[in-house]
Write a protein that binds this ligand. Structure first.
Ligand code: CP
Ligand code: NVA
Length: 320
């Protein structure tokens, strides 16, 4: 049983002060620990308890892109932990008019106890993390979305009791959400199947790393261009938008390329009868997912969104 304050734990000691840029930088034990901690955090919250583990601490929250869930869940999470989440639109910061990442990181380290950043470029976030003395948490880049993935697996764990050995099918774009989801599932010994159209595959290098992690945990990772192959006997069906933030000019071409990759009643008929449907949101009904599926009885998308709060409170309490 993980202690919510993390005391007496070697893992907790190792997590203090760390960045969270991608779950590739974490061991499977650390990911399992964070998920267990998040479950306990949620239980405490449901019982009306909010341990003030970050009293007096401030998280700077930098956004280069839009957000509803990430902004609200991090800000509320910091408040519930007794600290403060400070929203900063990157456009309003000096970095938005050319101040260097080096100077920004060093200056922010003087004021803040941690940074959460949603950025266009993962490389920029890596550079920021190099020039700060405080933890940097990735709130979505072009390549990864690790906090989303923790909330996703937490939701499956909550609903199914355990996740090891379950099959999850991700159908759609091999994007930031897909990358982090498959890595998180691999850490937990799940069988992850990714179906994308040709030309929109999962990053091969990240795929290879996820495969190794999955093998170490008794799970597997596979990739196909056939949504039915991925969906067959799946316990969880997952999708994300076909056009991510910043790709708007490709939207029409993507609609055409992805048209056979919608999660709809015909596709979920290949999954287990009690399959769970997940989506990181925001969703486009009748594009990547049929309304009947996302608003149907197998959909857990709002519980999943709510779990961003609990998963991130676990991250914040351990890293800051
Ligand atoms: N899923 C997710 O990150 O949502 P937002 O873009 O609203 O933060
Ligand atoms: N892939 C999407 C996720 C949004 C939470 C995007 O990057 O826009």
């Amino acid at each position: 049983m993980v202690k919510i304050d993390g005391s007496n734990s070697k893992i907790a000691e190792n997590l203090k002060g760390r960045d969270l840029l991608t779950l590739l930088d974490y061991t499977s034990e650390e990911v399992a620990y964070l998920l267990e901690y998040a479950m306990n955090m949620k239980k405490e919250y449901m019982a009306g308890n909010m341990p003030r583990l970050l009293a007096g601490k401030t998280l700077g929250m930098i956004f280069e892109k839009h957000s509803t869930r990430t902004r609200i869940s991090f800000e509320v999470g910091m408040i519930q932990l007794g600290g403060y989440g400070m929203f900063m639109n990157a456009r309003d910061l000096q970095i938005g008019r050319g101040e260097s990442v080096y100077d920004t990181g060093n200056v922010m380290s003087e004021f803040l106890d941690g940074i959460m950043i949603r950025a266009n470029s993962h490389e920029m976030v890596k550079e920021l993390a190099q020039h700060t003395t405080i933890p940097v948490i990735n709130g979505l880049t072009d390549i990864f979305h690790p906090c989303q993935a923790l909330a996703d697996i937490l939701t499956v764990k909550e609903v199914r009791g355990s996740v090891k050995g379950l099959k999850m099918a991700y159908v759609g774009d091999g994007n930031n959400v897909a990358h982090s989801l498959i890595i998180a599932g691999a850490h937990m010994g799940m069988h992850m199947a990714v179906a994308t159209p040709e030309g929109f595959e999962y990053d091969p290098d990240i795929f290879g790393q996820a495969q190794k992690i999955a093998e170490q945990n008794g799970g597997s990772v596979m990739q196909t261009n056939d949504p039915v192959e991925a969906a067959t006997s799946a316990d969880v069906m997952y999708t994300d938008v076909w056009t991510s933030m910043g790709q708007e000019e490709e939207a029409a071409a993507r609609l055409e390329a992805f048209k056979d990759f919608q999660i709809n009643d015909a596709l979920v008929a290949h999954a287990k009868e009690d399959y769970m449907f997940l989506h990181c949101l925001p969703a486009h009904r009748e594009e990547e997912v049929a309304t009947s599926v996302i608003d149907g009885p197998n959909s857990y998308v709002f519980q999943q969104a709510g779990n961003r709060l609990h998963a991130q409170k676990a991250v914040l309490a351990n890293l800051l």
